[in-house]
Write a protein that binds this ligand. Sequence first.
Ligand code: CAA
Length: 372
Amino acid sequence: MTFTLTVEHKKKREEFRCFAEEELDSGDHFPQENLQKAAERGYMGYPIPVQWGGQGRDFLSYILLIEEISRVCSSTGAITAVHTSVGTFPILYYGTDQQKKRYLPGLARGELLGAFALTEAGAGSDAASLATTATAVEDGYRLNGSKLFITSGGQADIYTVFATVDREKGVKGITAFLVEKNTAGLIVGKPEKKMGLNRSHTTELQFEDLFVPKSNRLGNEGEGFKIAMSLLDGGRIGIAAQGLGMARAAIDFTVNYLKEQDLKGNKTEQGVSFVLADLACSFEAARLLVYRAAALKDSGARCSKEASMGKMFATDLAMTAATKCMDLCGLASAREESPLVRYFRDAKAPQIYEGSNQIQRIVIARQILRDY
Ligand code: CAA
């Protein structure tokens, strides 16, 4: 058993770290330039096979990439993670050859942006109770309903949308569709004003008699819920990596600050050491959980429980780290211009999206009960 990354993975992490530190900005507008730079390096399709325009890298390398990007700009990390694991993988895993040819090369090269439309006003945690309908018509379906809190809404070129062909059937009626951005009947709301992660646009989507050709149905009728859940397994590891990057950003900033204070003669006290040691310890534990989940996914095994453990632990840690680091740095860290304020604001949403951390606990506990 080994608990360290391979030499190759360490090299990759160094490459991603240099890229993020030297090339990315952490401004306040949609990070188009960051995404463009990531695309130029092949990072928008990192784990997508070469035959489909990607880099063909393993999932663990992709997780290291998201961690390093998120350390510098967590919004860019969120957009890249959502684009890859729930924006592109749906087509890679469940698409027909025709769908793969049409969409994958553009998505993998970062010329197209992908998004995932599951959540509704009345169906967040209870995703199975979604109400958007897909009515069969000649050659396709008509979609009616709306989605909420869609990452990259309005910026995305292609949405994987979940709708029901028959509400009576419950989860067995849920079906997935690929909807292109300029389709008649797709109405995109204004970006939500959020507490954090403001560079990543989050919008409502409405479908008004939107026609989807049969050729854009993803998988069979009734397979949509399982498709959504299986994609979220990988998606949650990506959000966990975002949590790792955010936690590290807060810890790195604080360690540098404390060392400066020591140089000025303000000696670091025992109380500070205890907090720092606890954070460092939790961070190492989080990394092990997240990397293990990624390695399990690479092995082809189901990783629902491990993904949920990593997502819950790492994103909770990002929030704790931001809070504790603000305590350690004192009042100056509460000034709006302090990076810790951004880390604090950005850390909340990842605890909630791609399944709140309460939902992760349900997934973990159900698996434990099944295994006993
Ligand atoms: N892989 C494959 N199949 C799975 C699965 C998985 N990970 N999880 C469940 N299934 C299957 C089950 O086996 C079951 O199939 P059978 O009936 O054939 O046995 C079927 O799906 C139904 O499963 P459950 O009974 O477990 O379903 P449930 O209704 O009890 O829901 C839940 C479970 C875990 C609570 C689920 O609703 C859930 O994950 N909710 C959170 C939703 C979520 O994460 N939303 C995030 C949306 S994306 C986002 O936030 C932002 C963005 O823009 C990306």
